[in-house]
Design a binder for this molecule. Structure first.
Ligand SMILES: NC(=O)c1ccc[n+]([C@@H]2O[C@H](COP(=O)([O-])OP(=O)(O)OC[C@H]3O[C@@H](n4cnc5c(N)ncnc54)[C@H](O)[C@@H]3O)[C@@H](O)[C@H]2O)c1
Length: 258
């Protein structure tokens, strides 16, 4: 087990990619704090991890609210006494033609995806700097590296997060390691919502959206949450200790550069 007894926070760990990450890290021996705005989902994941014999707690958290994140980190420290790794994964998306995107839509994406990453990492880094060690990992997206129609606000939020991650890696080196992962098209509830929106916005069927997705993926299959979790598990472990400031593509070959 590569992460035996590590104390790891996973934001957005109640479902989708975050849940797969939490379960995978627990399989590697870690104890996990599930920080999610959806308390019921967070509790379900924490229970599944406890059933595996690890310690896990669910803390209702809104990553876009500093007091909420401080409360979650304080609860973590009270229970476990330290914080080894944080996976800042919680995120949201909406779709729309950029001309129709409202200020509220733009703020929603930026507040959770970009500002949320800032708040979570800032409060975690404060603890880690006092400890003298730690790792901060972000779920970014290929949307942070290249624009795509109907996602202008989401693209902006993920590009901001990517550049922020790089700055953080330079400021926090050498004691704290910082990296990000850039998934492609992952089968989660976020993707289900996006397939519906995309079909409506383009006036085509959901099946056609799915075939559009597949035709753009060299490996010819949609990504699973566990694919992302496997990469996060690698980055969380000691085998990745000479990697920092990287945003690693995991897209089935959709992005071949950068
Ligand atoms: N699904 C994809 O294709 C895909 C691709 C690339 C990147 N991502 C990124 O992966 C991450 C996870 O996405 P997913 O597909 O698993 O989505 P999801 O909607 O299935 O899960 C997101 C989780 O985050 C939680 N959450 C939402 N807002 C929150 C907030 N303010 N505070 C705390 N928790 C909050 C939700 O309750 C949910 O449990 C996101 O950052 C997303 O942008 C997803």
């Amino acid at each position: 087990m590569k992460l035996k007894d590590k104390i790891i926070i996973v934001t957005g760990g109640g479902s989708g990619i975050g849940k797969a990450i939490a379960m995978r890290l627990a399989q590697e021996g870690a104890n996990i704090i599930i920080a999610d705005i959806n308390e019921n989902l967070a509790r379900e994941t924490a229970q599944e991890i406890s059933d595996m014999g690890r310690e896990s707690i669910a803390v209702k958290t809104d990553v876009s609210n500093e007091d909420s994140v401080k409360n979650m980190v304080n609860i973590t420290l009270e229970k476990f006494g330290r914080l080894d790794i944080v996976v800042s994964n919680a995120g949201v998306s909406r779709m729309g033609k950029f001309i129709d995107i409202s200020e509220e839509d733009f703020d929603f994406n930026m507040n959770v995806n970009a500002k949320g990453g800032f708040i979570v990492s800032k409060i975690a880094a404060d603890v880690m700097e006092k400890q003298g060690y730690g790792k901060i990992l972000f779920t970014i997206s290929m949307a942070g590296k290249c624009g795509s129609p109907l996602y202008a606000h989401y693209n902006a939020s993920k590009a901001a997060l990517l550049a922020y991650m790089q700055a953080l890696a330079m400021e926090l080196a050498p004691n704290i390691i910082v990296n990000g992962v850039c998934p492609g098209l992952v089968q989660t509830s976020m993707q289900e919502r996006e397939i519906k929106w995309s079909a409506e916005l383009q006036g085509i069927s959901e099946d056609l959206v799915k075939s559009q997705y597949l035709s753009g993926i060299p490996l010819q299959k949609l990504e699973k949450p566990s694919d992302v979790a496997n990469l996060i598990a690698f980055l969380a472990g000691d085998d990745a200790n000479y990697i920092t400031g990287q945003a690693i593509n995991i897209t089935g070959g959709m992005i071949l550069r950068r």
